[in-house]
Design a protein around this ligand. Structure first.
Ligand code: PLP
Ligand code: COI
Length: 361
């Protein structure tokens, strides 16, 4: 299998002006502005991975019968590049994103992009769009690798042609409110993933299927939806784009990976960081009854959500079809803030990288 390819570099003849870049970096928001370039790599049955290009950011041309538009073979990843104190740029565990991208591809019967090509595409894009990496500590350059089927045809089967694309977007805070505890709606009407389904893959359809429940959460006055298991509708799985953690005094618990939730890289990292801070950690099922009962007794001291885009966000208030309750009076917990500082400190190069998680780009 091809693990490395020559990249053709075609610089954008009309890059944004330095003034415009400065203006965007002043207030980047999330996913609204894109850099001057993108990477594309093609795959087909005959040639495998080929035609790696770093070119101007711009529209893609698709045949109306492109299989992705009909049968939805589409996956993505999300990772960030962080400006370091010496001005260099590093990413957080990009090999883990590369591996998860391959796992998502396998689940969707798509070709696996070799990790080396995934990492090379990131290095290529950062090299050409370096000036878009913000310097502020709460900010980063969000990288969005994705892949979809491009073959023309309406037969239902795995396509024989795909495109891999990498785009980048300067990112500030994911939630407009900053680090403010969010309220969540426990979804019992809609489910995100069932055993044997696509829940563990970063598959575009999972997100499409979540939107109606997110709208329902908003209708109920909540910021986010919390997904429960498909069968009993009582075991907590995750949020729309984040994994969940529960803190019981000196014990930190996160729902175990049952195959129906996304194996978050932040989740995995926080299990280690919480242990480093002297907490005991456990991956096990957490029921909605346990959540409510122990929040009310005070045994449950903190709940937070975590993910690349949203980093760490406290969960303050919970609503469900039968009522509502708060965790620690809706206040941001101490461990939540400690882990957030540790993680962002590490990512921005202010805390020693004891786990070897940072990769210079
Ligand atoms: N769960 C879902 C559904 C997600 O989309 C994400 C974001 O990628 C996560 C959890 C958190 O994963 P990670 O920490 O790797 O970003
Ligand atoms: C991420 O954290 O990278 C995500 O993918 C979450 C969301 C933006 C879909």
């Amino acid at each position: 299998m091809t693990t490395s390819l020559p990249f053709t570099r075609t610089p954008n003849p009309q890059p944004e002006t330095p003034e415009r870049v400065a203006e965007v970096l002043e207030k980047p928001g999330f996913g609204q502005h894109f850099t001057d370039h993108m990477v594309t790599i093609r795959w087909n049955r005959e040639q495998g991975w080929h035609d790696a290009v770093v070119g101007p950011y711009g529209s893609l041309q698709l045949d109306p019968a492109a299989m992705v538009l009909h049968y939805g073979q589409a996956i993505f990843e999300g990772l960030k590049a962080y400006r370091q104190p010496d001005g260099s740029i590093a990413s957080f565990r990009p090999e883990a994103n590369a591996a998860r991208f391959r796992a998502s591809a396998r689940r969707m019967a798509m070709p696996e992009l070799p990790d080396e090509l995934f990492l090379e595409s990131v290095r290529e894009l950062i090299a050409i769009d370096e000036r878009w990496v913000p310097t502020a500590d709460e900010e980063s350059l969000y990288l969005r690798p994705f892949m979809f089927s491009t073959e023309k045809g309406l037969g239902v089967r795995p396509a024989k042609e795909y495109i891999y694309v990498l785009i980048a977007s300067p990112a500030g805070s994911y939630f407009a409110g900053g680090i403010k505890p969010v309220s969540v709606w426990l979804s019992t009407e809609y489910v995100r993933a069932a055993p044997g389904g696509t829940g563990a893959a970063k598959f575009a359809g999972n997100y499409a299927a979540s939107l109606v429940a997110q709208a329902q959460a908003a209708e109920k006055g909540c910021d986010q939806v919390v997904w429960l298991d498909a069968i009993e509708r009582r075991w907590v799985e995750e949020m729309g784009g984040m994994n969940l953690f529960f803190v019981f005094g000196d014990k930190v618990i996160t729902p175990e990976l049952t195959g129906t939730l996304l194996p978050g890289i932040t989740r995995d990292s926080l299990l280690s960081l919480a242990k480093d801070l002297g907490y005991s950690v456990e991956e096990r099922r957490v029921s909605t009854e346990e959540w409510e009962k122990k929040a009310e007794s005070g045994e449950l001291t903190e709940v937070f959500a975590c993910g690349t885009a949203a980093v760490i966000t406290p969960v303050g208030h919970v609503k469900h079809a039968g009522g509502e309750f708060s965790v620690s009076e809706g206040k941001t917990g101490e461990l939540t803030m400690k882990l957030r500082e540790r993680l962002t400190g590490l990512q921005h190069g202010h805390v020693a990288d004891e786990h070897g998680w940072m990769t210079k780009l």
